[in-house]
Every structure is written in structure tokens, then in C-alpha cells.
Design a protein around this ligand. Structure first.
Ligand SMILES: C[S@@+](CC[C@H](N)C(=O)[O-])C[C@H]1O[C@@H](n2cnc3c(N)ncnc32)[C@H](O)[C@@H]1O
Length: 220
């Protein structure tokens, strides 16, 4: 089996059609409040050009779009047909929100076009080699000084976590998530041209919005 198939972030079928509802249920109804707080913490400016990698159902785009003026825009990239259809339908009232069907670990055609690149609960689902390809895409797509925002699990040792978290990481999440949370992301990002880190924490510190700025030159 190719390692990429271990990923659980490519979402199709029932899970895709009911993704938002499932997230609300899994988080005991707290997800809508949580994601509003995250979008507020993103510090979106009215004229920002934002690239969202693995856009999902468009829920995040609709929330982000409220912070933008007519000069701001959002481009969401998504590979799943069902997710993409929902996102397009949901965001049709926002003319400055568009979507493209692309694989985010493959070379992307954007060069210094975006003020922010956002990736929400996607990066953990790739093998490290593909995560680094995504970082290279992000570096190229951001304007110098632009911000990379990773919303995902924080760093921790799953085997030392309380039993519900341990259970989720052993039985529910993809094995790649365990690899993701064991890595030092500030060190990895520093090596790939990002600096000036800031973080916001949610869900007892198990979830983090990590912000990093694109440095003038990649160090690798
Ligand atoms: C866990 S969901 C998160 C969706 C959204 N970012 C959110 O926070 O609600 C992961 C999303 O990434 C998409 N995805 C997975 N692999 C992808 C890839 N290689 N390229 C583009 N999108 C991908 C999935 O189809 C899914 O919509």
C-alpha cells in the first residue's frame, strides 16, 4: 500500500456530505463557536488575499469572507468533488470567494500572490515528504512577509495524553496524525523559510493555530 493512502483527510461519500454535522457532533456542538474564534484570531485585514488549502465544505471561507472588503479575496483549493460542490454552493453569495480543484501537495501555480495561506485540519493527514511539498507551495504562494496559518493538532505525545485523546489517536485518527503531533513544527518551518511564530490554543491546548511569517529567503 502506498503511504499516501493512509491519509484520512481526503473526504468522500457520506462523511463528505455530512462533514459539518459530524464535526459539530464530535465536538459536542462546540465547533461553530470554536471556528468563529479561530477566524477572529486569524487577524484578517479587509484587503487580504487568502489561499485556503483543503477548503472542505466552504464553512471557513464564509466566515473569513465577512472580514474582507471588495478588494479582499479568498481562493480555496480542494480535491474532493462532493466537498467542492458544497463549498461552491455555500459561498455563492460571496463574489470574492472562488474554488479550484487541485491537489495541494503537487506544484501549485501561485507566485507571491497571497497575504495569508490557511490550512485547517489537513496537514496532519500527509506523509512528511508531502507536507514539505505543501510548505514549498505555501512559501512560493505568499508575498514576502505574508503569513502562513496552520490550524491543526498541537504538538504532544499521544501515549501520555488522557485516555479519550489516546483512544482517538489509536483508533480514530489516521496514523499520520500521531507522526504529526510528535514533530517540532517551529523548527521545521524555520528550516523552510518561515519565522516570527505566534500561536493560539483551543480545546485544552490539543488544537493550535500556529502563525508564521514568510522570511525573505528559504534557508533550504
Ligand atoms: C479534515 S477536512 C478539513 C476541511 C476544512 N479545511 C475544514 O477545516 O473544515 C480535509 C479536507 O482536505 C481535502 N483534501 C485532502 N487531501 C487533499 C489534497 N491532496 N489536495 C486538496 N485537498 C485535499 C479533503 O477533501 C477535505 O475536504
Amino acid at each position: 500500500m502506498k503511504e499516501r493512502q493512509l491519509s484520512k483527510v481526503e473526504i468522500t461519500g457520506f462523511e463528505a456530505r455530512h462533514y459539518d454535522l459530524l464535526m459539530n457532533l464530535i465536538t459536542g456542538g462546540t465547533y461553530p463557536f470554536f471556528i468563529r474564534r479561530v477566524v477572529r484570531d486569524m487577524g484578517i485585514r479587509p484587503d487580504d488575499a487568502i489561499l485556503d488549502l483543503g477548503a472542505g465544505t466552504g464553512r471557513n471561507e464564509c466566515l473569513m469572507a465577512r472580514y474582507l472588503s471588495d478588494r479582499g479575496r479568498i481562493l480555496g483549493l480542494e480535491i474532493g468533488e462532493e466537498m467542492l460542490r458544497q463549498a461552491e454552493r455555500r459561498c455563492r453569495r460571496f463574489p470574492n470567494v472562488t474554488f479550484e480543484r487541485r491537489r495541494i501537495e503537487e506544484p501549485l501555480p501561485y507566485q507571491e500572490e497571497f497575504d495569508k495561506v490557511f490550512i485547517s485540519f489537513v496537514l496532519h493527514g500527509f506523509v512528511q515528504e508531502d507536507r514539505l511539498r505543501i510548505l514549498a507551495n505555501v512559501y512560493r504562494a505568499l508575498r514576502p512577509g505574508g503569513e502562513f496559518l496552520i490550524l491543526d493538532y498541537n504538538e504532544f505525545e499521544p501515549e501520555e495524553a488522557p485516555w479519550p485523546v489516546r483512544f482517538a489517536f489509536r483508533r480514530v485518527e489516521c496514523p499520520l496524525a500521531t507522526d504529526f503531533v510528535r514533530r517540532d513544527w517551529r523548527a521545521i518551518l524555520s528550516k523552510h523559510g518561515f519565522a516570527d511564530f505566534r500561536a493560539h490554543y483551543y480545546y485544552f491546548g490539543y488544537v493550535r493555530l500556529l502563525k508564521a511569517r514568510r522570511s525573505p529567503q528559504p534557508t533550504d
